[in-house]
Design a protein around this ligand. Structure first.
Ligand SMILES: Cc1cc2nc3c(=O)[nH]c(=O)nc-3n(C[C@H](O)[C@H](O)[C@H](O)COP(=O)(O)OP(=O)(O)OC[C@H]3O[C@@H](n4cnc5c(N)ncnc54)[C@H](O)[C@@H]3O)c2cc1C
Length: 542
């Protein structure tokens, strides 16, 4: 038996564990990622990657591989008795990726594993988590190799990314509250010939029993269906459904259908001391809207930078409490949304269905549905680590946790092109993809003297936070700040100012995950410092 020590021990190398490892590797944190399987599962589950997750893949340097390997979906078509009764359009989303990307989960895992290896990390296969004990400053973990040898490991933090049956969740006695859905789902992959609908559309058959065909890369298709039983007759029902949706279409060379039940459960805590839960270990929802894996990846995109700050001594351990406060409401929201969709499909109430189709056909209804599906609109409005100093105070501009326009406090900030920096034109997301906080001092139309004063204040604050805080002065006027070109962005068209609704000078602080953590208009430097002091420990990072 060997004794070893690491900062963060990640249990489980599904999409959630892999993304957390990437986030820690990007920030130079010592971690280990253990996985009980000797090789990845043969059958994959998640197919749909939403816009927000693609933005995260871009920030972590993996998006090109996804775009090369995936199949873009730009709309969802709803059909009743073969007739199109509505559609959800994704093309107008405020994202560089205004589409869903269909890609098998196995490939997602392969791309993330390759990215992790590029960053110097790796998955340790054939190691199973068994038990843990917490002390005040560490967690002692008992693991077992597939050949039966034991491994004891001491970690500052343990993150359970070990899926629905999480042994880590059980070890810390978190309840997995919620329920299971009685109806049986089936899924089968194959090829399709003669499909009459657009190749970049997912189709949903609304009447019972209902099939949902999704085009995959390489000419393959995945068909989700409501199964009456697990017998071979399921495939006949699938073919009948497809025939109604697209007469003459032929579903060929199908794999063995798989059957599954779905659930809506959320752990009653995401954190117990030094142990945290993420992904399916923390929440599961119906896969009907394809949110489970996306939410797990976004969980750890939220958690990774916080863990890095805490283990690096740049933030207090209390920062980790904001993880649950921010991510649990998202799990509950997608779970409720999946439950409503499950119920609608089972109950088949035409009045409800037509109401939804009518709403989708309106500009606002269609946009709200697209934003919800894409996951770009979630705000962390219940977070203890967001704040603002606005004069006059701004009424809550997020609607039930979703931000539809511009930027709400706590929301992910969309991209802006056509900013002029020292090295030419750039996008906002390129600037914030690095690992720290980004302070934007938005000055609108200003002169060199006023800009110089704000630059001095920004530098003063930045000097207390070292590499953790990058500041930019953003002007609409083309002034020459001779000693500050690297910190000066020229927003000639005003798109960035408009995004933040900054008609007057303002401060906007973007967190490492691209969410708006603080804003002040007019600039309130003391309020900013107070805010930063709640997230970072100035003395330690200087
Ligand atoms: C049919 C179906 C379709 C779906 N489609 C979508 C979709 O389109 N989009 C979407 O976002 N989501 C979808 N989901 C949900 C998605 O598959 C899951 O949310 C996602 O796989 C969860 O990832 P994870 O990394 O959290 O957990 P998992 O993928 O379950 O990974 C957990 C890992 O931990 C390992 N592990 C478990 N126990 C231990 C242990 N004791 N020690 C060490 N390792 C351990 C496991 O071997 C596994 O590799 C779908 C789910 C189903 C069932």
């Amino acid at each position: 038996m060997r004794d070893e020590r690491t900062e963060v021990l990640i249990i489980g190398a599904g999409p959630t564990g892999l993304m957390l490892a990437i986030e820690l590797a990007r920030r130079g944190v010592r971690f280990r990622l253990v996985e009980r399987l000797l090789e990845p599962l043969g059958w994959d589950r998640a197919t749909v990657v939403h816009s927000r997750t693609l933005e995260i893949f871009e920030a972590t340097g993996a998006v090109d591989d996804f775009l090369t390997c995936g199949h873009a979906i730009r709309s969802v078509g709803f059909f009743e008795l073969g007739a199109r009764v509505g559609s959800l359009q994704l093309g107008g989303l405020d994202s560089r990726f205004p589409f869903d990307l269909n890609i098998p989960e196995q490939r997602t895992e392969r791309i993330l594993t390759a990215r992790l290896e590029q960053l110097g990390g790796r998955v340790e296969h054939g190691i199973e988590f068994e038990q843990l004990e917490q002390t005040e400053d560490s967690v002692n973990v008992g693991l077992r190799y597939s050949d039966g040898r034991n491994l004891r490991l001491t970690a500052s933090y343990v993150v359970g990314c070990d899926g629905y049956n999480s042994a880590v969740r059980k070890a810390v006695a978190c309840e997995f509250e919620g329920h299971d859905y009685p109806s049986l789902w089936g899924v089968v992959d194959g090829h399709m010939a003669g499909w009459s609908h657009p190749a970049d559309e997912t189709a949903v058959q609304l009447e019972a029993p209902g099939v949902n065909p999704l085009p995959l890369p390489d000419g393959r298709w995945r068909i989700y269906f409501r199964a009456q039983s697990k017998g071979s007759e399921a495939l006949d029902a699938v073919r009948e459904g497809l025939e109604v949706l697209s007469p003459g279409a032929e579903f060929r060379d199908p794999d063995e259908p798989q059957f599954f039940h779905t659930h809506f459960r959320v752990a009653d805590g995401y954190r117990r001391g030094r142990v945290l839960l993420a992904g399916d270990a923390a929440h599961v929802c119906s896969p009907i809207q394809g949110h489970g894996m996306n939410a797990g990846i976004q969980d750890v995109y939220n958690l990774g930078w916080k863990l890095a700050l805490v283990v690096g001594g740049a933030s207090s351990d209390a920062l980790l409490d904001s993880y649950e406060a921010e991510r649990r409401p998202v799990a509950e929201a997608i779970g409720r949304s999946g439950e409503a969709a499950e119920t609608r499909w089972v109950e088949q109430d035409p009045v409800v269905t037509h109401k939804i189709m009518d709403r989708l056909a309106t500009g606002n209804g269609g946009r709200a549905a697209a934003v919800g599906l894409s996951e770009i609109g979630f705000t962390y409005e219940e977070s203890p680590i967001i704040s603002e100093a606005m004069l006059p105070p701004r009424a809550g501009d997020a609607v039930r946790g979703q931000c539809l326009d511009g930027v709400c406090l706590g929301a992910r900030v969309g991209d802006t092109e056509e900013l002029q920096g020292q090295d030419g034109q750039l996008r906002l997301h390129e600037r914030i993809a690095a690992s720290g906080f980004t302070l934007l001092v938005l000055l609108n139309d200003t002169d060199v003297i006023a800009a110089g004063k704000e630059l001095a204040r920004a530098r003063d604050v930045a000097s207390r936070y070292g590499s953790y805080l990058q500041t930019y002065l953003v002007t609409r006027s083309a002034i020459e700040l001779t000693d500050a070109w690297g910190e000066h962005l020229w927003d000639a068209g005003g798109a960035l100012h408009e995004r933040f609704g900054a008609d007057e000078p303002a401060l906007c602080l973007l967190r490492p995950d691209g969410h708006l953590g603080f804003r002040a208009a007019p600039p309130a430097w003391e309020a900013l410092e107070e805010h930063l002091g709640r997230v970072l420990l100035p003395a330690r990072v200087a």
